[in-house]
Design a protein around this ligand. Structure first.
Ligand SMILES: Cc1cc2nc3c(=O)[nH]c(=O)nc-3n(C[C@H](O)[C@H](O)[C@H](O)COP(=O)(O)OP(=O)(O)OC[C@H]3O[C@@H](n4cnc5c(N)ncnc54)[C@H](O)[C@@H]3O)c2cc1C
Length: 391
């Protein structure tokens, strides 16, 4: 059956990108967001488009970048800018990890250049005595995440989509093995197909979705008083598969023992166009609505000072958290979800700004044209051995 009317759930980067891609293929699209556009992780992240070690992620990121560059010519400004990434080692163990990573990146054809400690210090004197060298990784970009997400919503509207904020989806209506529509706060709406892009809330609407939650915090500084020419990151952030493993839901025993510890912590600093900077980052398995992680700004600040003690006098003007939708292997979910006409675009974890635009394009092709798209072969829900029919 040809698809003509599609409902999309979620107004984060996943929902806005898929609404845009479907609408520009001529489908009648309605997006439902219970709050504002980009009100959750998609508007609260660091906006980094980096090269990961995994070749699969690098090729997805490159495709997303092409889409962002095209979108940047449109109506909503989102400060897309190229800023090289400098991975620094702030102790001996990180130096070994960094050298291994540089080797792996070169092996997949990425541009990685060693930078001497003296040159790094000339631009970033705040680094401490334990700092022992850096690697510069090319083709890294930054953007302002909330306006970038809103830019996709606006492009979706321009292509004919209806974007409804303040309209919560309560249920996916399924009958006779296929999707019938959505039940929302404003009533029942009929659709031929539905795309669930509800971030960490995906399992509330489709129980088999293998999505857990990784809470992450960010600090924002006042003006640094110098220009930092790189996104500076220590080597503490793991690869996607390790991220997936450590961000599984906590056990009852772990909750009883206090689950509120970060399982990943890294020092990342990236300057904003006005001279301020974002400092991160952390990841802790989250119970979503529980009161968690309130000492994380302190931990992030202490971790940042251990790497760069010269930042101690920089004012901190804000701190916030976001909830990352995690999967067991750290890679997103993009494909069919069981009943005919039900699709998932989710589980973007720590890389959703990098992955969502590219995956949305491929997923829209699969939905609109009814074809298998090779780029999505490894991203179906079925890779986790879900019940037959769950994708
Ligand atoms: C601190 C932090 C830093 C990060 N840094 C980066 C980075 O530098 N680069 C990068 O690529 N990624 C980064 N990420 C990850 C990125 O933010 C996420 O992968 C991405 O935002 C997930 O997008 P999403 O649309 O799937 O989810 P969300 O942004 O959570 O959007 C889901 C939307 O669905 C809505 N919703 C849920 N249930 C319903 C319902 N029943 N009815 C209607 N609406 C509903 C929610 O209100 C929400 O707006 C970071 C994340 C965090 C937390």
């Amino acid at each position: 059956m040809a698809i003509s009317e599609v409902g999309v759930v979620g107004g984060g980067i996943a929902g806005c990108t898929i609404a845009y891609e479907l609408a520009r293929r001529g489908l009648k699209v309605t997006l439902f967001e219970r709050g504002p556009i980009a009100g959750e992780a998609s508007g609260r992240n660091m906006g980094l488009l980096l090269n990961q070690t995994e070749p699969g992620v690098v090729s997805i990121m490159r495709r997303s970048l092409e889409i962002y560059r095209e979108l940047a010519k449109g109506e909503v400004e989102f400060q897309l800018r190229e800023v090289p990434q400098l991975v620094v080692a702030t102790d001996e163990s990180q130096f070994a990890a960094m050298s291994k990573r540089a080797f792996e990146m070169r092996a997949v054809g990425m541009q990685v250049e060693e930078v001497g400690a003296a040159e790094v210090r000339r631009n970033f004197p705040a680094l401490g005595p334990r700092f022992s060298g850096g690697h510069l990784i090319g083709n890294a970009w930054m953007l302002d995440p909330a306006p970038a997400t809103i830019a996709f919503a606006q492009a979706a509207r321009a292509a004919g989509a209806e974007v409804r904020t303040g309209d919560r989806v309560a249920q996916v209506a399924v009958g006779g093995g296929r999707v019938q529509g959505l039940v929302t706060d404003s009533g029942r709406h009929a659709f031929d197909a539905v795309v669930l892009a509800a971030g960490p809330w995906l399992p509330d609407l489709w129980r088999p979705a293998p999505v857990s939650v990784g809470r992450g915090w960010v600090l924002r500084t006042g003006r640094l008083g110098f220009r930092l020419p790189w996104i500076v990151e220590d080597s503490g952030w793991p690869d996607q598969d390790q991220l997936g493993r450590v961000s599984r839901p906590p056990t009852l025993g772990e909750v009883a023992g206090g689950h509120d510890e970060p399982v990943v912590q890294a020092f990342v600093i990236a300057q904003l166009p006005g001279g301020e900077a974002l400092v991160g980052a952390s990841l802790s398995p989250s119970l979503r609505d529980a009161y968690e992680g309130v000492d994380m700004p302190r931990r992030i600040a202490a971790h940042a000072l251990a790497a760069a003690p010269g930042l101690a006098e920089i004012p901190i003007t804000a701190s916030w958290f976001g909830l990352r939708p995690m999967t067991p292997d750290g890679m997103p979910l993009a494909g069919p979800a069981g009943p005919v006409g039900l699709w998932v675009h989710g589980g973007h974890g720590s890389i959703g700004m990098m992955t969502a635009p590219a995956l949305a394009g491929w997923l829209a092709k699969a939905i609109a044209d009814g074809v298998e798209v090779p780029e999505l072969a490894n991203l179906r829900m079925g890779r986790f051995g879900l019940p037959a029919g769950a994708g």
